[in-house]
Design a binder for this molecule. Structure first.
Ligand code: GDP
Ligand code: IMO
Ligand code: MG
Length: 425
């Protein structure tokens, strides 16, 4: 298969994990290049559910290789918990099927604490982070004071840096009810994690280029989504990495010249977890989804906010990621809805706009313009085994999404299982 980047076109949780898992069959190596364990990618097959946070979804295929690239931020303790959980589910993880970049930055206990501390200080303006310490880890990376995977094996540097970080964090926390951090405790935990992780750590950029030279194909598993991107998202209600296609290259050291295909993944409607603008949010639609037991976050269990498909967002996402095709998941989530809305433009203070605004105050003043398409009544898409067996109106809906997003919908999801994925011409 061509070297492919999978990227979320909305606010995350588009079903990237499921699409990556489905495409892994025809690829050799699956790569994560940004984000951390804020990600939660659900894959279901043979009646078993797997939720991946840091480890690429490709790990579920025994004969495939996986890479955690330099752009990922890694909480070593949480990574080992993920190893153990997957091991308990019968998934074997070894340096033969997983390698981890020596340049990846470490998320440490003080990052998690600072994340929550910062959020609690923001009151009504909080971002609604996953509380995994992602923002503070990328702050240290940009500020050039972070620790990287390779530093786990340099005891002197590790102790010095952690001591100074703990001192700073504790002085910030002074007067709060948060327990002060203890350097030795952190070092002990890290040393025990380091000895388990050591065999996995290598220079993954060279590893990937050697595999490319051997003719192996790569599948990049994006985390989060376009509108959580630090540059292109609904700033400041975003995550702290570049979640868009370019992030796959900087976060792995693989050149754009080596990329053949970009596939944007979107849900057939929209969801968002955490705070921030959401033009097509709809309470009735959210209640319907939650009533059906759908749309609860894979990482934090929070209820996802839900609304209609926003073609303004997805069209722009397809452009800026250079999407060759769209994968639309959860089409079955629209089964039984009489009339389906699609947002085609926004009204902003008397002006009609067709691209997302930059400013958070502009976002607040936008209202959606909708077109409405008939649903597919009593017919269902759930579990459909072929495109031809889909209700006509479902195919019409997907055709309309292709038109509005200026990108063909070539893959669809009609259920959470690996096999409930269909190719469309
Ligand atoms: P990711 O973060 O983009 O990998 O997505 P998540 O796993 O966080 O959330 C997607 C949710 O939708 C998960 O519960 C998936 O099992 C589920 N899912 C994915 N595709 C489909 C689909 O086509 N139909 C249904 N019913 N569920 C789906
Ligand atoms: P996957 O890969 C959905 C959201 C958080 C919050 C904002 C910042 O499963 O699609 P952070 O902890 O990153 O500092 O939080 O980003 N967020 C996600 N929302 N899916 C994700 O990942 C997310 N990762 C972060 O809810 O609004
Ligand atoms: Mg998710």
């Amino acid at each position: 298969m061509a070297n492919t980047i999978i990227v979320g076109a909305q606010w995350g949780d588009e079903g990237k994990g499921k699409i990556v898992d489905f495409l892994t069959e025809k690829t050799d190596i699956v790569v994560r290049a940004q984000g951390g364990n804020n990600a939660g990618h659900t894959v279901i097959h043979d009646g078993k559910k797997y939720v991946l946070h840091l480890i690429p979804s490709g790990i579920l295929w025994p004969e495939k290789n996986c890479v955690i690239g330099n752009g990922v931020v890694i909480d070593p303790v949480s990574l080992l918990e993920e190893f153990d959980k997957l091991d308990g589910q019968g998934i074997l993880i070894s340096p033969d099927n997983l390698v981890i970049s020596n340049r990846a930055h470490l998320t440490l206990p003080y990052h998690r604490i600072l994340d929550s501390f910062r959020e609690s200080g923001l009151g009504g303006k909080k971002i609604g982070t996953t509380g995994r310490g992602i923002g503070p880890t990328y702050v240290d990376k940009s500020e050039r004071s972070g620790l990287r995977m390779s530093d786990l094996f340099n005891q002197k540097k590790l102790v010095e840096k952690i001591e100074s970080k703990v001192q700073k964090a504790n002085s910030l926390l002074e007067g709060s009810d948060v327990e002060p951090l203890v350097t030795n405790q952190i070092i002990e935990e890290l040393n025990s994690a380091a000895s388990r992780l050591k065999p996995f750590i290598c220079e993954t950029t060279t590893y990937l280029h050697e595999r490319i030279a051997e003719g192996k194909s790569l599948l990049f598993e994006g985390a989060q989504g376009t509108y959580l991107d630090i540059d292109h998202g609904t700033y400041p209600f975003v995550t702290s990495s570049n979640t868009t296609a370019g992030g796959a290259c900087t976060g792995s050291g693989v050149s754009p010249r080596n990329i053949d295909n970009v596939t944007c993944v979107a849900k057939a409607y929209t969801t968002r977890v955490g705070s921030g603008p959401f033009i097509t949010e709809n309470q009735e639609f959210s209640d319907r989804m939650h009533g059906m037991g759908r749309e609860f976050g894979a990482t934090t269990g929070r209820k996802r906010r839900c609304g209609w498909f926003d073609a303004v967002l997805v069209r722009h996402a397809c452009r800026l990621n250079g999407a060759d095709q769209l994968a639309v998941t959860n089409v079955d989530g629209l089964d039984g809805i009489e009339s389906i809305k699609i947002c085609t433009s926004y009204e902003l203070r008397g002006e009609t706009i067709t691209t997302p605004p930059a400013d958070s105050e502009d976002w607040e003043d936008c209202t959606p313009n909708y077109e409405e398409l008939p649903g597919w009544g009593d017919e269902i898409t759930a579990g459909a085994e072929s495109i031809d067996s889909l209700p006509k109106n479902a195919n019409n809906y997907l055709d309309r999404l292709s038109e509005l997003c200026e990108t063909p919908v070539k893959i669809i999801g009609v259920g959470p299982d690996r096999k409930e994925t269909l190719f469309r011409d």
